[in-house]
Design a protein around this ligand. Structure first.
Ligand code: 5GP
Length: 183
């Protein structure tokens, strides 16, 4: 019998990994000064917990803001991603770190990076809690490469730790593989 939920990454593993990522990020952005702090853009809603834990571990000056891009319906991508929030955040001359829950086909991060690079960001990097490289659209393989990755995972649909299935399961404490068809 197939299980509906299977733990993929435990809460403890995720928290430990966030500390490591924060140390790497703080080191790479050591040059950041308080007059031009790192602009951390949390992608709503999936990355809320990841972003909150990550920024509180950073040892460099940073500012947090929020973006929202609609891309998934149920367990499948719904088409071209659309900005619902944050498209006009002023990024001119800013060093930007986009914080994402999961990079899958790469479409969402491609749209977001394109938007903020057109608007004159000084640099743009991506920190993602999860990466599913096997799902990347071929034309984005060389283009969408997250700079900081919590965990690379196989092609599963996952929920928990901010990730939802039609708004359910976001608050589950672990990252779980979710099979909606299991009994
Ligand atoms: P992409 O544009 O890279 O295909 O998809 C990125 C977005 O799709 C993520 O921000 C997330 O909202 C959603 N997504 C992709 N894979 C999963 C998954 O396994 N579980 C959940 N809950 N959302 C996913």
């Amino acid at each position: 019998m197939k299980e509906r939920f299977t733990v993929l990454k435990s809460d403890a593993e995720i928290r430990a990994r966030i500390k490591e990522l924060a140390a790497d990020i703080s080191k790479d952005y050591q040059h950041i000064q308080p007059d031009n702090p790192l602009l951390v853009l949390c992608t709503l809603r999936g990355a809320i917990f990841f972003s909150a834990d990550l920024v509180r571990e950073l040892t460099i000056p940073c500012e947090i803001n929020f973006i929202k891009v609609q891309s998934y319906q149920g367990t499948r991508p719904a088409g071209s991603p659309i900005f619902e929030l944050g498209e006009r955040i002023d990024v001119r001359g800013r060093e930007v770190l986009i914080v994402e829950d999961i990079v899958d086909t790469g479409q969402t991060m491609d749209t977001v990076m394109q938007n903020f690079s057109d608007k004159g960001a000084a640099s743009i990097r991506i920190a993602t809690m999860l990466d599913k490289p096997s799902r990347r659209y071929q034309h984005l393989v060389d283009h969408v490469k997250p700079d900081y990755i919590g965990f690379q995972i196989d092609d599963y649909f996952v929920v928990g730790w901010g990730l939802d299935y039609n708004e359910d399961f976001r608050l589950l404490p672990d990252i779980m593989i979710y099979d909606p068809d299991a009994e």
